[in-house]
Structures are given as C-alpha cells and as structure tokens.
Design a protein around this ligand. Structure first.
Ligand code: 5CA
Ligand code: ZN
Length: 409
C-alpha cells in the first residue's frame, strides 16, 4: 500500500537528546540507544470508520518518538500496518450492506488525508493484512511444524505455552488475561483449546466471508496478531526499538505478537520497548468505533478547524494519560495557536536558544509534550510583553515547533 506524503522536518541548530521512554514490559523508563537507523513498528487502524481523536492522539505520540530520533540525526525506519480484513470490518460491511474491501479502501484513504493534515510522518512501509498473507502463511506453517501451533476444527491456534516469555509484555495474571482476551477478539471459552488464552493464527474459511489460499493450512484468513508480527519481522527483524500502540493493545495484541515472534525466532525480546498511549474518552467513556462516541478528525477539518489546532489539542495531554476530549480542549488549542502565530510573525524577538533546548529536554523525557508547550507559551508571552531584539529568533521558534512538535505556525 502507499502511505501518505511526508511534511518536511526542518533541521535545527545543535542536536537532540536520546529518548527516555516508558516501557510497559519493564514498567519503568528506558533510555533507548538505537543505532544510526532507529526501528519502530506502530499498529495501524482497522479501517471500518474514520480517524477519531483517540487514534490521532496515539499516532501523535509515535510521531513525537520519530521527531526526537530525527533530531538526534538518526534515520528512522517506520513500519505500520492496516488491518484491512478482520471481524469488525466484515461485520460493519454486512451491517451497511457494502463490500468489505471497498469500505477498507475508503476509510484508509481518509486516514491518509487526516495523517497528512496533522503532519504525522508517514511510515516507509505501509502494509495491509491482505497483502501480507503470502508472508503470513509460511510463518504459521513453521509454528505448527515446530509444535508451537495446533489445529482445531480446521482453524490453527498458537500455543502460548510454547513461549517461555509469554506474559512478559503486559505482566498480567491469568484471570485478567482471560477477561481481556474475551473482550478483545479472543475466544477463551471455545472447547478443545490447549490453553484458553491461545489465539488464532489462521481461521479456516467461513461461509460468506473472504478467504485466501493458505497452502497446507487450507483456505482461510489470518489472525490479528500474526499479521503485525509477519509485517514487523519482514521489514524490521527482531529486536527493533519500539512496538507502539494504544494501551488497549498491550494485551492481548502485543503480548501475543511478541510470543509469536519469540517462538518463531528463538530470540528475545521482539522489541526493546513496548510503548502504550493512554485512552481518549468522550462523555466519560473511551472513544471507540464500536460504541460510536466519536469526534472525527475529518469532521473537524470539514468544519474549518485548523489541523494545527487539533494537533496542539493532542499535544496538550501527556501521551500516557487517559483524558477526555471536550470542546474546551479544542478552544484552548485554537487560542494558543493564535498566540503563537502572532508571536512568530515579527522578524525579531526574545532569544530562542534556551527554548529549543527546553523543548528537546521535555520530549526526550518520556515525550512530555505539555511541558514543551508551556515553554513555547513563555517565549510567546515574553514576545508580546517585552519583545526582544534577537533577529531571526521567531524563525528558529517556528522551525523548532515544526520539527519537534509537528505544528506548522
Ligand atoms: N488494527 C489494530 C491494530 S493492529 C487496531 O487496534 N486498530 S484500531 O483502529 O482499533 O486502533 C488503531 C490505534 O488507535 C491503536 O493503537 C489503538 O490502541 C488506538 N486507539 C483506539 N481507540 C483509542 C482511544 N480511544 N484513545 C487512544 N487510542 C486509541
Ligand atoms: Zn497490530
């Protein structure tokens, strides 16, 4: 699949700091030390509805990760998937009486537009589940042939007991895992499974559903976790720097994915850090396509809201916190954007050197964007009260806000 166009990332004077970030697996902060090419996999959308603020907030977090790395003069190798065949997508297509693949194509196109408008950096490899199938089948066959997977009434399941490190991403106990598995796409109550938590790797063709040639697995379609593992291993290999997504992906998705990869390769861990963004709520409940309590990026854009203001609204919340989208959040961001634009519209102003370092420091410290915004507020405030004589300082601020925060002033 093609991704979306990249907005330019201006080069800044000096060099950024190494990123310290919270890793779900260890439960603490880790300072990442990627090589000259940092490797990141971020789980993509299931395209059955438009991009909402929760999605946008999660992708904003991982966009910041890349901007911090780019500022350390590293390259970034970024991979993202599109879950363009899965139960919720097929169910929505049936509900709306439309073709599942047309729905996926339409919503993926809208996601690209939203990401472009929000200045999110595109992945180098943007891969759909459907196009990944030829790579998925041999992995499932290998797992089965090594005893890490088994067949049940034509479906193929992964045996979580095949990975000695199973549980090391989410660190949940068995009861919590069972509950979440039932809530998030698993089938812990299906009779005949070796372990109730075992997830499906390959689902045999069902009446009325699309299916593909699975070689010795038979006609069918891939399970959710193996999709991301196949794509990540193909393009990044084991031991990549960051596996990213919202906190609802820690279990089962990232736990199972890590176990698939570890059972396949015998290596541990799949990723050096498992990074999870908090959940955005609306009216007290997690924004979700299944509940329908959504604020869409595209709807706000249509109403004429500047995407830079949407981005500032996202940045005003620490990526790890759960927060609530309100009209006030957006109104505050619109006002802030106005203040910042006024402040950079003059040819000179207060020195920007310290500000660039403050933004760098805040972001390198577990992506503390709210602190970075306050630093820019202070500079804008100084500009409007005392002004300053540093020629070119507003230009430096503009470039720093663009390069490090993805906001075009
Ligand atoms: N296709 C899979 C991942 S392989 C998937 O979870 N798709 S999704 O469309 O449901 O979600 C896309 C990303 O947005 C995931 O990282 C998910 O954790 C995140 N996300 C979904 N809802 C919210 C929310 N309310 N707040 C923050 N992030 C969210
Ligand atoms: Zn995923």
């Amino acid at each position: 699949m093609h991704a979306w166009p990249a907005s330019e990332v201006p080069a800044l004077p000096g060099k950024g700091r190494d990123l310290r970030i919270h890793d779900t697996a260890t439960g603490g902060l880790v300072t990442l030390d990627p090589g000259p090419v940092a490797r990141i996999y971020v789980c993509g959308i299931t395209p059955y509805d438009a991009t909402h603020m929760g999605h946008a907030a999660t992708y904003n977090a991982f966009d910041l990760v890349q901007r911090v790395w780019l500022d350390t003069k590293r390259q970034v190798h970024y991979v993202q998937n599109v879950t363009d065949v899965d139960d919720p997508l097929l169910e929505r297509a049936v509900r709306d009486g439309i073709e599942w693949d047309g729905l996926a194509e339409r919503e993926t196109a809208l996601f690209r537009e939203d990401m472009t408008a929000l200045r999110m950096l595109p992945p180098q490899h943007y891969i759909g589940a459907v196009e990944a199938i030829p790579g998925i089948v041999p992995l499932v066959e290998r797992l089965r042939d090594s005893g890490a997977a088994y067949e049940l009434e034509g479906d193929t399941y992964f045996s979580v007991d095949a990975d000695p490190h199973f549980g090391s991403v989410s660190n949940l106990d068995a009861a919590a895992m069972r509950l979440l598995s039932a809530e998030r796409g698993g089938d812990p109550d299906r009779p005949g499974k070796k372990n109730p938590l075992d997830p499906m790797l390959w689902m045999a063709a069902r009446e009325g559903e699309p299916s593909w040639d699975g070689g010795s697995l038979g006609q069918g379609r891939p399970g959710w976790h193996i999709e991301c593992v196949a794509i990540a291993l193909d393009h990044l290999g084991m031991g990549f720097d960051v596996q990213g997504g919202g906190s609802d992906l820690a279990f089962p998705h990232h736990e199972m994915g890590a176990s698939h990869a570890q059972a396949l390769t015998g290596e541990f861990p799949m990723a050096k850090a498992y990074v999870h963004a908090g959940m955005v709520a609306l009216d007290g409940e997690k924004m979700s396509k299944s509940k329908g309590n959504l604020v869409f990026v595209s709807a706000l854009r249509r109403e004429g809201v500047d995407p830079a203001a949407i981005r500032l609204a996202l940045l005003d919340h620490h990526y790890r916190s759960d927060w609530e989208w309100t009209d006030q959040v957006l109104a505050d961001a619109v006002a802030r954007l106005d203040r910042w634009r006024a402040a950079v519209s003059r040819p000179d102003g207060p020195s920007a050197e310290a500000l660039v370092e403050e933004i760098r420091e805040a972001l390198a410290d577990d992506l503390d964007a709210p602190t970075a915004l306050i630093a820019v507020d202070r500079w804008a405030e100084a500009q409007s009260t005392d002004g300053g004589t540093d020629e070119g300082a507003p230009g430096v601020v503009s470039r720093a806000v663009d390069a490090l925060l993805g906001v075009a002033l």
